[in-house]
Write a protein that binds this ligand. Structure first.
Ligand code: GUN
Ligand code: FE
Length: 436
């Protein structure tokens, strides 16, 4: 995108305020980065500073606003194929009966390409400018996902899944294969030098990896300075199983910690049943949590108390967890996070504060970027960051939002968060480039 100035309402989060609404403001973009955010009275000054003309200004009328791109900190691109189905089983049976048999099909590159094309297109259309993807154990199909994401212009972490234990005979790797294939995948992606795409080390979850493999993956992440993603404490059955499998570990988080998999670049999905001790370990290692409320309800895994995690100072973002979660949109993750917190609050003392839509908005943007270690680049409209943004239009006639004269800008933004969908997402930008 050539340099441009947006003129109108901006909405983003800062460290101190989950939702800052700036009306009558200008935001200048040049070389993919945010150059200035100012009151609109500085327009003339900004035009000359960026060497722009009046026709380089994009005016946003009432009902339109600019917000940071949404960040999905946990999504299985491969599971998009059965999103919205197969939710009657609990996690461990769901994995055995649906997930593993379906993921095994990704050995077929044509099948993989079709699913990944559709998944990435859908996710981007819903305003996810950064996604942290699980693929499958197959290197070639995972490289295909990287190509598709690259062509779409999305920012992403992409993980080839590791599984060398307690996996079905048709969907498993030997420890040696898993090590070699992962390093092959990592070096291939790093060689491409695409600043938007990073490989992420992806042990599926503790039961699916031998300690030998997990330790190797911790070492590999350190060697190449890579992010790490996995699942933790999603259901009580899983927690019990991990206890049986790893009797020498203090708790679930300790299994990962022993393998150096808890780092300031690690994102662990779910964490519904983490103890205070485990959360303290997350805090001290800089490990973040991807809260996936739709998945936790759809598979009846439990309800994660986002307030508790935030109060303990642990980094927190939101994830769709497609297809444990049935919805690929982060707007759904925002709503469901608020609703889960509302339900939790019913059983709490009266001064318990449930998650506000403002806080959920922050988790889906700045929070996600912190969890992924990308907050120096994305997550809000701080000058110097890359321009990952959505132009939202709540006035589209056939859209799901109705705006009335009485609506304040605050109301309009809230209506978009609760009622809006991809029809309201008019333009999508990643690193200054318009990708939709
Ligand atoms: N735990 C291990 N694998 C998975 C998965 O694919 N989805 C979810 N939700 N939890 C997991
Ligand atoms: Fe998951």
């Amino acid at each position: 995108m050539a340099a441009k100035i947006f003129y109108g309402t901006l909405c983003h989060s800062t460290a101190d305020d989950p939702m800052v609404i700036l009306e009558d403001h200008i935001l200048g973009v040049k070389n993919g980065k945010i150059q200035l955010v100012k009151d609109s009275s500085y327009l003339d000054e900004a035009l000359s500073e960026l060497g722009l003309q009046e026709n380089d200004v994009k005016y946003l009328k009432k009902g339109k606003f600019l917000m940071p791109g949404l960040i999905d900190t946990h999504i299985h691109a491969s599971q998009y194929v059965y999103t919205g189905t197969a939710m009657e089983l609990h996690l461990l049976d769901w994995l055995k009966n649906y997930t593993y048999p379906i993921e095994a099909n990704f050995e077929d590159l044509k099948f993989a390409e079709d699913v990944y094309q559709k998944a990435v297109k859908r996710v981007l259309k819903n305003g996810t400018t950064t996604a942290c993807y699980f693929a499958t154990i197959h290197v070639d199909a995972t490289l295909k996902l990287c190509d598709i994401v690259e062509n779409a212009g999305q920012r992403a972490y992409i993980g080839k899944v590791n599984m060398d234990a307690y996996s079905p005979h048709y969907y498993v790797e030997t420890t040696q294969e898993s090590k070699e294939e992962t390093e092959k995948f990592v070096t291939k992606i790093l060689k491409k030098n695409n600043p938007l795409i990073k490989p992420v080390i992806t042990p599926r979850f503790a039961p699916n990896c031998t300690l030998e493999l997990s330790k190797y993956l911790g070492h590999l992440a350190k060697q190449y300075d890579l992010p790490i993603q996995s699942h933790i404490s999603e259901t009580t059955d899983e927690v019990e199983w991990v206890k049986e499998l790893f009797p020498g570990s203090k708790h679930y988080a300790d299994v990962y910690d022993q393998c150096n998999l808890l780092t300031d670049k690690t994102v662990m999905a779910h964490g519904v049943y983490l103890s205070d001790e485990e959360l303290k370990l997350f805090k001290s290692t800089g490990t973040g949590i991807s809260h996936c409320p739709n998945s936790n309800l759809s598979l009846r895994s439990g309800m994660m108390d986002a307030r508790r995690v935030l109060d303990m100072g642990v980094k927190l973002g939101l994830g769709t967890d497609v297809s444990g979660g049935y919805h690929p949109s982060m707007l759904d993750a925002i709503r469901t996070a608020v609703q889960v917190s509302n339900v939790i609050s019913l059983d709490m003392h009266t001064d318990y504060k449930s998650l506000s839509h403002r806080e959920a908005f922050k988790l889906a943007t700045l929070g996600g970027s912190e969890v992924l270690g990308l907050s120096d680049k994305t997550g809000n409209f701080e000058v110097g960051k890359e321009f990952d943004a959505l132009l939202v239009d709540t006035t589209v006639v056939e859209g799901p939002v109705d705006i009335f004269k009485r609506d304040s800008t605050d109301d309009i933004i809230q209506k978009f968060l609760f009622l809006g969908d991809d029809r309201n997402i008019q333009e999508v930008y990643v690193a200054g480039k318009q990708v939709l």
